[in-house]
Write a protein that binds this ligand. Structure first.
Ligand SMILES: Nc1ncnc2c1ncn2[C@@H]1O[C@H](COP(=O)(O)OP(=O)(O)OP(=O)(O)O)[C@@H](O)[C@H]1O
Ligand SMILES: [Mg+2]
Length: 526
């Protein structure tokens, strides 16, 4: 059974968890840091604005304030703008603005009527409605306490922050609703009849904006670093797991050669060691089984040889018309078949290491035609050989490859319908030679495709089921690959790719040997 594991799952989960936790932390701390710093900055700005307002108020005597409030109330704005008192007040706040770098400074009465302003868009004598948004601050100011507003933004994103200081006067008409002041340095009968407001300079806002941008950049950088660190972290932690999965997949493919190497001092390491023990156990059992099988096959092969010899002797002693001769012929045929199976068992049970050498594939393929002539003729089959019109040289164990191709072609013959064609094609592609054995026979059921390379899997009454498992191990031992494609009821094509022997073949040609002859004796080069 093929396991389809989502191999990145744990890594992805770890990464997601790590990154989301760190992101949450970075975002939260960024937010808290931003809020804390801006509120501190806000408080500092407020206190600075307030001290500018308090400083400004000392320039305005009770008489001046009285005069300003009265004339703004009694005469028209146009006339008021011409007054000396107004000019002197404007001069004072302009000087204050220049020394404090405030955005604007205004003085206004309890009706929010502008008495003087450094903002040229505000006409003196007229009410400045925006001041209404500072209601709580103004209530405190007209009660005699200097007050700074909080920072706020309007819909257009413009930021406002101001501070206000009370201005005292004695004008009874202006102070009708005002409570008497308790401030010691002002005459007791004086009350707050106007106020001085200082607006925040945009430069401070720039600092805030820049601070916001810096915080966002640092937060984003923090998240990026978290993702990077998370990747490295998840990779390091899951590497032993990935190695373990790779080992399990190798074992699942039947490749028990490579040891399970997981160096990790935790549970994963323990699992790796357990898997390695398991692998060695399977190898030991496999070896034991093969030895047993080889012993049995060997014991059977010898008497079979004797039976064959004596049956042949007996047959030869009988005359042609003796009907017992036919019986003996059948015995000899069956014994021959048994011997083939026993030989397969032996090859499977005692695999030998390949001895790679450059050899001519064309010569091997010609041998096949000769070896399979009887089986081909019996089913009236045509063997089509197509080597692309050239001599192909392979670097592998020639005898083993011949055995593999023999098995594949024999299977193809067995699967073919009488009178059909078996195709054997080979082509060179880069450093590989690809050989395809194709038949137009029964095909392989999709459910069987994953099983056909397993030892002892057969759908034939008389087969041992060892042919393809031998083919597969031969191809893999010779650094090749094998693949199969089949359309049930139509065709089956086995293709194997083997290392090409270009260098050796070239040397061989230059030595003047005839093409097609085996290249044994030449050293490997591919
Ligand atoms: N060309 C083919 N067309 C259809 N089925 C095939 C073909 N080649 C192999 N098979 C299927 O794969 C199975 C295994 O093949 P394999 O050669 O290993 O064993 P076998 O031919 O049954 O027996 P053995 O080769 O040991 O005599 C076959 O029994 C058959 O079902
Ligand atoms: Mg077979």
């Amino acid at each position: 059974m093929k396991l389809r594991l989502p191999l990145t799952a744990i890594r992805t989960k770890m990464l997601a968890l790590f990154v989301s936790l760190v992101t949450l932390f970075v975002l939260l701390s960024g937010f808290v840091w931003y809020r804390l710093t801006t509120s501190r900055l806000e408080r500092e700005i407020a206190s600075r604005l307030l001290s500018v307002a308090e400083l400004g108020r000392t320039n305005f005597s009770v008489d001046l304030v009285d005069e300003l409030v009265r004339s703004a109330r009694e005469i028209s704005p146009a006339e008021y703008g011409q007054r000396y008192t107004y000019r002197s007040a404007l001069n004072k706040i302009e000087n204050l603005q220049a020394s404090s770098q405030a955005k604007a400074i205004h003085i206004f009465d309890r009706h929010l009527r502008i008495l003087a302003s450094t903002d040229t868009t505000l006409v003196p004598g007229y009410v400045y409605p925006l001041l209404r948004s500072y209601r709580p601050e103004l209530e405190a100011v007209f009660a005699g306490r200097g007050q700074a507003s909080v920072r706020f933004e309007d819909e257009e994103g413009k930021v406002y922050q101001s501070a206000f200081a009370p201005l005292f006067g004695r004008d009874p008409a202006a102070a009708d609703a005002a409570a008497p002041s308790s401030t010691g340095d002002i005459a007791t009968e004086a009350s707050v009849i106007a106020a001085l407001g200082v607006d925040l300079n945009v430069a401070y806002l720039d600092i805030l904006g820049e601070f916001k941008r810096t915080t966002v950049t640092i937060t984003l950088l923090g998240i990026a670093v978290a993702i990077l660190a998370g990747l490295v972290f998840a990779r390091t932690l899951t590497r032993p797991l990935t190695d373990l999965v790779a080992s399990a997949q190798r074992m699942e493919r039947g490749d028990l050669g490579a040891p399970v190497e997981v160096r990790s001092g935790d549970e994963i390491g323990y699992l790796g060691a357990a898997m390695e023990d398991m692998r060695q156990g399977i190898l030991r059992r496999d070896k034991h089984l093969r030895t047993m099988l080889a012993g049995v096959a060997h014991e059977i092969r010898n008497p079979l040889g004797g039976i064959e010899v004596f049956a042949t002797l007996l047959r030869d002693e009988l005359t042609e018309d003796d009907e017992r001769r036919q019986h003996l012929k059948k015995i000899i045929l069956e014994v021959h078949h048994l011997k083939t199976i026993v030989n397969e068992f032996l090859v499977y049970a005692r695999p030998r290491q390949p001895v790679p050498e450059p050899f001519s594939l064309n010569a091997v393929v010609e041998d096949l035609r000769f070896l399979l002539a009887g089986e081909l003729a019996e089913k009236e089959l045509d063997l089509l050989m197509d080597m692309g019109g050239e001599e192909l040289h392979v670097y592998a164990d020639g005898d083993q490859i011949k055995r593999a191709l023999l098995n594949l072609t024999r299977n193809a013959i067995q699967a073919s319908r009488r009178g059909g064609t078996v195709e054997l094609r080979a082509r060179r592609g880069g450093e590989r030679v690809r050989i395809v054995v194709k038949d137009h026979g029964a095909g392989i059921a999709p459910g069987d495709l994953a099983l056909i390379f397993d030892p002892f899997f057969t759908t034939k009454g008389s087969g041992a089921g060892l042919g393809l498992s031998i083919v597969k191990s031969i191809v893999e031992e010779n650094e090749g690959e094998i693949a199969v494609e089949s359309a049930p009821g139509e065709t089956t094509a086995f293709s194997i790719a083997l290392p090409a022997a270009r260098g050796a073949a070239d040397r061989f040609r230059s030595a003047g040997a005839p093409p097609g002859a085996p290249l044994a004796g030449h050293s490997a080069a591919s």
